[in-house]
Design a protein. Sequence first.
Length: 239
Amino acid sequence: MAPTLVLLHGFTHTGASWDPVVEELGERYRALTPDIRGHGGAGAREPVTLDAVLADIAGLAPARFELAGYSMGGRLALHLALARPERVERLILISASPGIADPAEREVRRRADEELAEEIERSSIQAFAARWARTPALAGQPASIEETARQDRLRNSPAGLARALRGLGTGALPSLWDRLSELGMPTTLIVGERDRKFREIAERMAAAMPGATVEVVPGAGHAVHLEAPREVAEILARA
């Protein structure tokens, strides 16, 4: 039987964003790609809290599984790996961060996220999808990738995304920088060559995590799994 791989999507995406990677993986894994609360089919589920989301993921997965997450999904994967280390066989983090270590900076981010959540609530999903596509971290994507991402974002609702930002955003969740050394499972950090900020974060994380390795995907930006699904699948499939 193929091992189970749980794939957690980023903010504004849904589980469907993993479809190209899952297709490339073929039968090498049993892939689970849930919609995280506040997104897609889980957009109306409440409360949108860290504990609720971790319980959702733990409830759908078998006793032992491999876990991967992109951006927000990577941050959630980190929290789950620390909360349930006995269940996570391998951890793969894509363009992810352990959060903001400084409490004052985190509070500034929380306030900024609240302002953005209010903006989302005043927007249509079409308008917000267009606004989010202009985020600097996503610059330089091929037009076809931008359109695929846009279509995925349209599966969401403004109310759901606002709840997700308030409950799961970088400003809302505690920093995990001081807990990275607790992670004993094999860990791979995947980043895009063009994503300088998260390449630097990945190097810092790897230095604090026993046995962690960094994989830089040539030519890719922040949304590595969208831009280079074959390369990401090849990294995921390595035993």
